[in-house]
Design a protein around this ligand. Structure first.
Ligand code: IPE
Ligand code: MG
Length: 226
């Protein structure tokens, strides 16, 4: 979700105004994805690098998150959404951590859209953490080094058990992955759209899915092998 700041700047508004409008786009995207029958939606809400932003902006973003976890979650719950947060929770404030835990617990039994929100998340740090945990298990004699394969590694990621993303959409015209799900996006189709995140609509989601459907996915094989 990129472009909140530019959305605000182009209107002579403070960046916070862009984040507020961005939160409305989150609601449209989540409800839209649920209506379209999508099984998994992962939103990159706040990266481990976003902590470098001015403290006032970080506070605004955390405040928005708090507000969201208190108010919006009931509507998501009514729509059958199951919430999961991935990222480094230790850097989040304790009240947020408990709000997240409460929201995850409340929606745990839902069978609709699984909404994963990446907060204080970084792909490299996730991979390093998985490697550390596997090393600890090897050291403890629980697993043999030879047993470390792609499936075992995947099981130690924060997304363990989730399918890899088929489609990654980045808004605002930037064409980068920016440390998002580095392991998991190995074969994802990437769609970059110029629209800024606060202007993102359900139609944009549908357009991106249409673009995705037109792609020829070979996973390294030739077309005739599939
Ligand atoms: C996206 O918008 C959202 C967050 C990181 C929370 P930005 O804040 O990155 O907006 P730009 O890139 O400055 O326009
Ligand atoms: Mg940005």
């Amino acid at each position: 979700m990129d472009g909140n700041g530019r959305w605000a700047l182009s209107r002579g508004l403070p960046r916070t105004a862009g984040h507020n409008r961005g939160a409305e786009a989150v609601r449209r995207a989540v409800i839209g994805a649920a209506e379209l029958g999508i099984s998994y939606l992962t939103l990159f809400g706040f990266s481990s690098e976003n902590w470098k932003r001015p403290p006032t902006e970080v506070d605004d973003l955390m405040g928005l998150l708090r507000l969201y976890l208190r108010s919006e979650i009931a509507e998501f719950h009514r729509n059958g959404v199951r919430l999961k947060v991935i990222g480094d929770r230790e850097r989040l404030s304790p009240d947020l951590v408990s709000l997240i835990g409460g929201a995850e617990e409340m929606t745990a039994g839902n069978t609709g859209l699984q909404l994963t929100v990446a907060l204080s998340y970084g792909g490299r740090s996730e991979i390093a953490r998985a490697a550390r945990r596997i090393a600890e298990r090897v050291k403890a004699g629980e697993i043999e080094p030879g047993a470390v394969d792609e499936a075992l590694f995947e099981a130690h990621l924060l997304t363990a058990g989730m399918p890899d993303p088929d489609l990654v959409i980045r808004t605002s015209g930037e064409k980068r992955i920016s440390n998002f799900l580095l392991w998991q996006t190995a074969y994802s189709e990437l769609v970059f759209i110029d629209r800024l995140w606060p202007d993102f609509t359900k139609q944009d989601l549908e357009d991106a899915i249409r673009e995705f459907r037109s792609r020829d996915r070979r996973y390294g094989a030739t077309a005739s092998q599939r």
